[in-house]
Design a protein around this ligand. Structure first.
Ligand code: SF4
Length: 299
């Protein structure tokens, strides 16, 4: 596995609790990286000799601003290209946006901001506009992440949705909150994973516990226990107990291989995959983790 990007889930916490969130982020979530862990992760990323991009996301990474600023500066100093994904809640006015972004200028090559109906109202859109304007003044390139309403599938919807918009993928909280509202497709059609390259992913996510996610909630190793370089070198998508069947025949094969009962219809492949994985968690406790990816611990 040759990675070119590593996405750090700086925290599972978020000021919002969006229905479409596939990592179950929200104010009641827990799990945040430390400065020492960021140092460790960045050095391991460097050691792969292939990773070019480091992204800081969450949750909402700006909730832990000092940590984010530290991580961004370190990553930039180490020669990585750096991205930040945020909902721009902090850009309450033009001056506030400038002050927040000033310390990141020169170190960030992509500031991606969520801007859609799930993230709130006109006020939130105004925040994104303030953030974009400040970023322009500071020469920070920006992008937008917009998720269309449920019922439009991400991949098949390309070309039918406004530019830059993608559909909901019904995993995580979206599987619980939005899938019941979406039209259903027959389970037997879902014979492939439509969104992730499980064989050669290119980029993966690492969470505050060190779990390396090939898709949210599917771990291929823990880089606090085993070096990232080793995990990459030994990753075998066919032998992995979850990506193996998913790669071979999508959620249909995953359910079939382990004898998991299924419904007649699902909102999309991710919905079927996520529900099947939930049922398999007791059987693969080292792989289908952490609890944060499958709900809010303690709630
Ligand atoms: S089908 Fe499963 S592995 Fe593929 S993107 Fe959806 S949730 Fe992830």
């Amino acid at each position: 596995m040759r990675l070119t990007g590593l996405h750090l889930l700086l925290t599972y916490e978020c000021n919002f609790e969006c229905d479409h969130c596939f990592v179950w982020s929200g104010p009641r979530q827990s799990g945040t990286m430390t400065v020492e862990q960021i140092d460790d992760i960045l050095h391991q990323a460097k050691d792969t000799e292939t990773i070019e991009w480091i992204y800081f996301e969450g949750g909402e990474p700006v909730l832990y601003y000092a940590l984010l600023r530290y991580g961004v500066r370190q990553a930039s100093k180490m020669g990585f290209r750096v991205g930040v994904v945020s909902n721009a809640y902090w850009a309450t006015g033009p001056g506030d946006a400038l002050e927040c972004l000033r310390d990141l200028a020169g170190s960030v090559q992509d500031l991606a901001m969520s801007c859609d109906g799930f993230h709130g109202d006109d006020e939130q859109i105004r925040h994104v506009q303030c953030a974009r304007k400040a970023a322009r003044a500071l020469h920070i390139p920006t992008g937008t992440i917009a998720v269309a309403e449920s019922g439009t599938e991400a991949k098949s919807a390309v070309g039918q949705l406004p530019e830059g918009e993608s559909g909901v993928m019904h995993r995580g909280r979206a599987a619980e909150k939005l899938a019941p509202l979406a039209p259903k497709r027959r389970w037997s059609e879902m014979t492939e994973c439509p969104y992730e390259d499980l064989r050669e992913p290119g980029r993966v996510h690492v969470d505050p516990f060190g779990n390396l996610h090939i898709c949210q909630g599917i771990s291929i190793g823990n880089l606090f226990q085993r070096p990232l370089r080793e995990i990459c070198a030994s990753y075998n998508p066919v032998a992995h107990p979850i990506t193996g069947p998913l790669h071979e025949g999508g959620p249909v094969e995953l359910a079939d291989r382990y004898g998991v009962a299924h419904s007649e219809g699902y909102a999309d492949a991710c919905h079927f995959c996520y529900e099947t994985r939930r049922a398999l968690r007791p059987r693969f406790p080292e792989v289908l983790i952490p609890d944060q990816m499958y709900g809010c611990p303690g709630s």
